[in-house]
Design a binder for this molecule. Structure first.
Ligand code: ADP
Length: 164
């Protein structure tokens, strides 16, 4: 084996990024040479933030991490991985429910593109954090300060005010 350069992509919707996602990024960045956070732009998902807004929020938060970058992509994750010459897909796991879906996704990606997926388990305190719930709680005015960074909280507040 030896000293192969390993570039990993961390794909997801990140609508918006949460402390759970950041936890996975921080844990993973020491394990790989380069990590690209890949913001998917699936047209079927009901998204709150535009891909550009999601990229901006993430860029602010990873500014000081030397081997981490962010960009958005369209289409299949495995095609994006190939374009960036990434060897590995990174996904986060919260619970056994995640495992079932992620297992299927990883097997499919390996079957169609021969790419491996690695998983990192989140810290216990973020095991229940999901972007969907964050959006719901924000709409209802709940306190999210433990679950998302202050900059994301502010963006959510402005976004919801703008569409109210
Ligand atoms: P997707 O729509 O592709 O599931 P998400 O933005 O919801 O995108 O999640 C991206 C990745 O981060 C997925 O692997 C998901 O399981 C993981 N993830 C989401 N929330 C957390 C969390 N709180 N802790 C760890 N991993 C998480």
């Amino acid at each position: 084996m030896g000293t192969k350069f390993v570039r990993v992509i961390f794909p997801g919707s990140f609508d918006p990024i949460t402390n759970g996602h950041l936890d996975v990024i921080h844990r993973a960045m020491g394990l790989f040479d380069e990590l690209i956070v890949a913001v998917g732009t699936s047209p079927v998902k009901n998204q709150l933030f535009t891909p550009q807004e999601r990229v901006e929020m993430i860029a602010e938060l990873i500014r000081d991490l030397p081997n981490v970058s962010v960009e958005s992509f369209e289409g299949l994750t495995v095609h994006f991985a190939a374009r960036r010459k990434a060897n590995v897909i990174l996904r986060g796991l919260r619970s056994l429910t995640d495992v079932q879906y992620e297992f299927q996704l990883a097997m499919t990606n390996r079957a169609v593109a021969g790419i491996e997926t690695v998983f990192i388990m989140t810290s216990e305190q973020y095991g229940f954090t999901s972007s969907t719930l964050i959006r719901e709680i924000a709409r209802l005015g709940g306190d999210l300060s433990k679950l998302i960074p202050p900059s994301v909280c502010e963006r959510l507040r402005r976004k919801l005010a703008s569409i109210a």
